[in-house]
Design a protein around this ligand. Structure first.
Ligand SMILES: C[S@@+](CC[C@H](N)C(=O)[O-])C[C@H]1O[C@@H](n2cnc3c(N)ncnc32)[C@H](O)[C@@H]1O
Length: 503
């Protein structure tokens, strides 16, 4: 049985957070205007009563934020070389281990007073079961993770995993995470790999600084760092710290409980002494906040594959930014052109900044191919003189201006098309690509259904010593993750289908 979620009034961590915030000079009680709720997005904040436009709903003093400005004074110099993500993740990893699993090596540090930010850190999520990086890490055994991440033999987080991983619940978790990784659409896979590389590089940088210093005591391991890193990646807000754009982020209590709605104009607002969140202004275009309405802002103009890979959720049909990456389909068409012509044209597109990032886009009303797709396909079907296709003529610079002039005219807007024949071939090719995308997406959806059928046949709870409640929760989370991937496949099928029909 899954216990009912706590409300504002019973959520002890929320109450402790509010008490801690009340100790800061200039603080404003968030409970005056907003209420914590639990909904499909996890936690969220709703308005208490109808709120006049532009009312300051939340104001968090700068001293309660966790960013490079507040962290650097707490650590000696060697740590100051770390980026914001590395530094914050390390601090979170250290505090999670110290407060949540104090063991032999961290006990000494555990005697020290609690970390000054702990009332805030205690409210952060301890699991990210719908985020693909979580699947990627937890689909592996402790021994594999030790080898893959060059973790120390003393890594307590991996020791704990090793002890637990023989259980039936963990074995089922590993298998299911691997199944989810196997059924990810290409756009999610590409992003997940990029995110995993960033995580690995940040882990290595943070470990290097940690092992080369002796001033800060305590311990933290790979899985502690993963928890810290995912909190940073999913909850940080833009905040000006220094001139390096990568360092301009902060963790911020309370405002980090606000969920994403695409297209909202209202954003957290940095003021001199506080990070604030206001009710929408009348001119913002955002709906006014009435009693019980959820506060929201846009995390960015992100398609679902990006939201899935970075944040572990999707919006679905209502996300006008949804898009299908078709680079690999278009690339195959250029590769198939004979006599090196395709290679030459790829070189031209690269030189002009038009190679890659080719998408079919959902848009607000009619799905369509992006301008970059049309630019590439027009060139694909523009015949070059035979001498221009020699392998040595690998860029626009080596082609005569005449050979490419009709294509350039369309690129600059001087002409609408190269020729009716060229447009016709572009439309036919685009339809072919869309049909291939549609088939692949339909197949992806079917693979999700097959996985679900397999899971349906398994007992919902693994009857193991570890307790059925956690096993039930794992089961729900795995199904939510599978639904998320199925939603992306469905959107890809819908978008490709609509673009194909329009040709
Ligand atoms: C900054 S936190 C927002 C607060 C969060 N719901 C919580 O429980 O703490 C971002 C996370 O909230 C969830 N989230 C945000 N917007 C969502 C949405 N529109 N639908 C589903 N989940 C959402 C995702 O898990 C995301 O990684």
């Amino acid at each position: 049985m899954v216990s009912s979620p706590p409300s504002s009034e019973t959520d002890e961590e929320w109450k402790a957070l509010l008490a801690w915030l009340a100790t800061f000079p200039g603080h404003q009680d968030p409970e005056k205007d907003v209420k914590l709720v639990h909904n499909a997005a996890g936690r969220g904040l709703v308005a208490r009563g109808d709120v006049p436009p532009n009312t300051t709903l939340i104001s968090i003093p700068n001293a309660a934020l966790l960013n490079l400005r507040t962290l650097r004074p707490l650590y000696p110099k060697p740590f100051h070389t770390l980026t914001a993500t590395q530094f914050l993740s390390l601090h979170l990893a250290l505090q999670f281990r110290r407060h949540l699993s104090p063991s032999a090596s961290s006990r000494a540090a555990g005697k020290a007073p609690a970390d000054r930010y702990w009332p805030f850190l205690a409210t952060l999520p301890r699991r990210f079961p719908t985020v693909p990086l979580w699947w990627s890490v937890y689909s592996r055994t402790a021994a594999t993770l030790r080898a893959d991440f060059d973790a120390e033999t003393t890594d307590e987080s991996l020791d704990e995993l090793e002890k637990a991983e023989k259980g039936a619940r963990e074995a089922r978790g590993r298998r299911r995470f691997a199944e989810l990784l196997g059924v990810m659409p290409a756009g999610v896979r590409r992003r997940t790999e990029e995110i995993a590389d960033k995580f690995k590089a940040d882990w290595a940088a943070a470990r290097k600084v940690w092992t080369s210093q002796h001033d800060v005591s305590g311990a933290w391991g790979l899985l502690d760092f993963l928890l810290g890193w995912l909190n940073v990646n999913t909850r940080c807000i833009w905040f000006s710290v220094d001139s390096s754009k990568d360092n301009n982020l902060t963790l911020c209590p309370v405002i980090d409980m606000i969920n994403h709605v695409p297209g909202r104009a209202t954003k957290p607002h940095p003021e001199l002494a506080a990070l604030t969140f206001h009710a929408p202004t009348s001119s913002s275009g955002d709906p006014p906040l009435r009693d019980g309405d959820e506060l929201a802002f846009s995390y960015g103009a992100h398609e679902d594959s990006m939201l899935c890979a970075e944040y572990g959720f999707v919006v679905g049909r209502d996300n006008e930014y949804n898009a299908v990456e078709i680079d690999r389909f278009v690339e195959a068409l250029f590769d198939a052109q004979e006599g090196g012509e395709g290679e030459v044209k790829k070189g031209v597109l690269r030189d002009e900044g038009y190679w890659g990032d080719m998408t079919l886009q959902s848009g607000t009303d009619t799905p369509h191919a992006s301008w970059r797709v049309l630019v590439a396909l027009r060139l694909l079907h523009h015949r070059l003189p035979s001498h221009a296709s020699s392998p040595s003529a690998s860029s626009a610079a080596l082609l005569s201006a005449d050979a490419l002039a009709p294509w350039y005219h369309v690129l600059t807007g001087a002409a609408e098309r190269i020729s009716p024949a060229n447009e016709k071939k572009v439309a036919a090719t685009l339809k072919g690509v869309c049909d291939a995308v549609r088939r692949e997406a339909a197949e992806g959806g079917k693979r999700c259904d097959a996985i679900q059928l397999r899971w349906d046949k398994e007992p919902r709870s693994v009857k193991a010593v570890e307790g059925a409640e956690e096993a039930d929760r794992d089961d729900e989370e795995a199904r939510a993750s599978l639904d998320m991937l199925r939603t992306i496949w469905r959107e890809e099928e819908r978008i490709a289908g609509a673009v194909a029909e329009a040709q």
